[in-house]
Design a protein around this ligand. Sequence first.
Ligand code: ARG
Length: 456
Amino acid sequence: MTLWGGRFTQKLDDLAWALNASLPVDQRMAIQDVDGSLAWADAIHKAGILSDEEHASLSLGLDTVRKEFASGQFIFQPSDEDIHTAVERRLGELIGAAAGKLHTGRSRNDQVATDFRLWMLQTIPDLLSAFHLLQTALVEQAELAGETVMPGYTHLQRAQPILLAHWWLSHFWALRRDVERLQDLTKRVSVLPLGSGALAGAPFALDRDALAKSLGFADVSQNSLDAVSDRDFAAEYLFVCSMAAVHLSKLAEQIVLFTTAEFGFFELSDAFSTGSSLMPQKKNPDVFELTRGKAGTLIGLLTGLMSTLKGLPSAYDKDLQEDKAPVFAATDALLSILPVMAGALRTIAAKPERMRGAIDSTMMATDLADYLVAKGAPFREAHSLAGKVVRAAGEKNVSLEKMPLEAYQAISPVFEADVYQAFDPLESINKRNTVGGASLQSVRMQIAECKMQNSR
Ligand code: ARG
């Protein structure tokens, strides 16, 4: 059965039919399609299109269809072109000719947009929970890290000492923004297109506000042409997913680096590492590499949909059928990596001695400049003098903390015996006591803030 065909004398070519059909993808919105139809039956009943008996019969039939989907008993037929057709076909089998009244005033154009938005509204909470789990793991690691110090990097070069907790939390905030974006997106998804018809609206008095309310939408669309063609919400969803995947990829990349023998900062638990079929000694961070890899896939999905949308004439075009597969794929990808990342992060063992050992005193050269500034030198001059100290130490092949005081004083008489205090990493860290800064106190405040953010 197709929902069209009156004007056709020939049946659709088999291959064209297969290309046109979208059931393999859109059957994922079965429950949403039935719920939309139940609400639609109520709305057109109120508008006087359905008699009480017809309404009761349609509602009962749709309830049965819903139960069949929920219990996995629904049987699709080869002739079902899409989920909308499948539901209406089954409804006809259950209640007979009255099923034919359900589609009055409705088009698959406003119907599919409604299903898709409903599906997304119901999926966003799953994503939010998965983010929450990962953010909790990050906060737990930050707490566990205590006063562990590590080299902070810029350009992947040792820069200044920081606390490991500070590093863990830097990833918390990136994910926090992803969560905010998802929450904010909800208001643009929660706009009801139903009642827009194919493109021009419904030809009878329809209470769209009541319809929106009954389906849990916050708003109704204000332009029927826009409503059936708007897929901004899908593109935005893909962007939010891609941005999150990029954040996860950056985190994953650093963990891959930190577990190498060269860094040796982290050890992965066996439960989240994989071996090599050839090299018996290998312990590979596949979980993190796959996370990094999925980011590429997600960016591709976003780019694909954006390209589909570009240049479409008003209002609905069949190209729009390409909208759901990328959204489903992105969702599945993200929901497959978020919980695994959470589990893997939670079981990472940090190696404080390795991290401390990677901090050399040249990383405190800025503190040396700050030392001179505290003694009255302008920063520019202090920066240059500290640079000279670094060069002198290099030439003498000693670390800054081992270089004799005379060598310091040869560069500037301002240096005194207390200069060596500048080389304690924790001292250096604790000097940076600004909000968001490196100090233990700042980081403790940050942990408290993260916990609060994560509890909302
Ligand atoms: N399967 C279609 C989609 O996903 C449903 C809308 C079809 N509309 C139409 N006029 N053929 O976009």
